[in-house]
Design a protein around this ligand. Structure first.
Ligand SMILES: *Cc1c(COP(=O)(O)O)cnc(C)c1O
Length: 465
């Protein structure tokens, strides 16, 4: 399978090249030249498969023989072997024909483990084959960093450096990162905010001359194609559990960078009957404004109690736009320049196409907290703040009560105690057993001033020879 860039000015890449490259050289994002297509009969024949076996069915056509199937199977089995629930992604009923897909049973209690456990193993496999080492560098406001570190800590062929804003991530999130003591894992607490961290990463990718000879940076942020690909699987999984593909299922997705919900869109394009895809946003609502009112104007970032959705411009939206504009790379380059300058207008046709597939909804901290409180009172089920926004959106946007509606539960409530307390929950939300000793574990991180030379010097001194 070949992969092309959404900006149309990069030669086609292979699967392995795309996994290693992240962002395309022309500034666009990679997408498959053509998506695999599955017939209803084929999808139906997957009913009853285990999660890893289903993942192999969905992922194999993208890899297209570049990795022998037995090796791919082993990588996938290993990636989901660290999950703490036998079902990997269990469904819980939350109302009439209304379900919650719990995606927080991985090592760091957020859905990002689904992609990053796999990406770590995949990168390490490709690097070993090429007899190569790389340096992973990333910025995090919380969830991505811990999931990336857990995904990479056992990799033999890479060093990982994660920058987080010093004193500005939650205690659980920080400890999930800093208590991983593997030699190839380095946490940098930067004296600055998340944007400062991200700027350090961008500058380092742009000029990699600080790295030792022959070493290059690799990215594990959500624009990496392999992450999106791994997330397609659980849409098939949920559908098959709820009577698909013989009936359509709808999904509501707490959205930040548009990676998770874009995977749902791909599942639909690949042949899975999906009715509604609901984009759920918090007060950083640019996607809701765009879909509902063609208003893609950048506003100042607002800090919310659902911080993993605090995003100004959603990178993966570009991948959808590419399809909405009939894969016209030049048009996308133009649109993205507009978006970067602060305002982007979609054509009537593009907007109409988007609305055929997506609905959208926004709520703020107050609405989110009300949802946590109400669901807790109704059923004793404790939602995390991101999931609460997803469920509120599912209920608000649902058009048909005979179609199952699934909300993606993107994190475990214990990761976000502030929101849970704001909803009137008195106790500390309990961490799952495998993390119960998190507060006792030894931490290791390095505080650095907000200065690119200091960061790069630290990295150069700590990269495995
Ligand atoms: C990353 C994250 C999101 C947003 O997912 P995107 O793929 O960026 O849209 C939502 N909820 C949680 C808990 C997350 O960690």
């Amino acid at each position: 399978m070949k992969f092309i860039s959404t900006r149309g000015a990069t030669p086609a890449h292979s699967f392995e090249q795309v996994v290693m490259t992240g962002l395309a050289p022309d500034g666009g994002l990679f997408v498959p030249e053509a998506l695999p297509q599955f017939s209803r009969d084929e999808i139906a024949s997957w009913a009853g498969l285990s999660y890893p076996d289903l993942a192999l069915k969905v992922i194999a056509p993208f890899v297209d023989g570049e990795i022998p199937e037995a090796d791919l199977k082993e990588l996938i089995d290993r990636s989901y072997g660290n999950f703490r629930h036998e079902a990997i992604a269990p469904l819980v009923q939350s109302g009439h024909n209304e379900w919650i897909l719990e995606l927080f049973h991985g090592p760091t209690l957020a859905f990002k483990d689904f992609a990053l456990q796999f990406l770590g193993n995949l990168l390490d496999y490709i690097l070993a084959k090429r007899d190569q080492r790389v340096v992973i560098m990333g910025a995090t406001s919380g969830d991505t960093g811990s999931a990336a570190i857990e995904g990479c800590k056992q990799c033999k062929n890479l060093d990982i450096f994660i920058l987080h804003p010093h004193n500005r991530v939650s205690e659980v999130q920080r400890r999930q990162m800093t208590t991983v003591l593997a030699d190839n894992v380095h946490n940098i607490a930067l004296q600055g905010n998340f944007d400062d961290c991200q700027n350090m990463v961008k500058a380092s990718f742009a000029d990699q001359s600080f790295l030792p000879e022959g070493r290059q940076l690799a990215a594990v942020n959500s624009i990496n194609w392999a992450r999106i690909m791994a997330q397609i699987v659980y849409y098939f999984w949920a559908s098959l559990s709820l009577g698909g593909p013989h009936r359509a299922v709808s999904f509501s997705v707490p959205t930040g960078n548009f990676g998770d919900i874009f995977a749902g869109y791909l599942a639909k394009q690949m042949g899975l009957p999906i009715d509604q895809l609901v984009i759920a946003t918090n007060q950083n609502d640019i996607l809701h404004r765009c879909i509902s009112a063609n208003d893609h104007t950048t506003h100042a970032l607002q800090h919310s109690l659902a911080p993993s959705m605090d995003i100004m411009i959603s990178s993966n939206f570009e991948r959808l736009l590419f399809d909405l504009y009939d894969r016209d790379g030049a048009a996308i380059a133009g649109l993205m320049a507009e978006a970067k300058a602060g305002q982007m207008d979609l054509s009537d046709e593009a907007l109409a196409r988007a609305r055929e597939v997506f609905s959208s909804f926004r709520t703020d901290d107050t609405g989110m907290v009300d949802t946590i409180r109400q669901v807790w009172a109704d059923s004793g089920y404790l939602l995390d703040p991101h999931t609460a926004i997803g469920l509120a959106a599912a209920r608000a946007c649902r058009r048909d009560s005979t179609t199952p509606m699934v909300t993606l539960a993107t994190a475990h409530p214990a990761k976000f105690a502030d929101a849970v307390h704001a909803a009137g929950y008195q106790d500390e939300p309990e961490l799952p057993a495998h993390m119960a000793d998190l507060w006792q574990r030894e931490e290791r991180f390095t505080v650095l001033e907000q200065e690119i030379g200091a960061v790069q010097q630290f990295m150069a001194a700590n990269i495995t020879a």
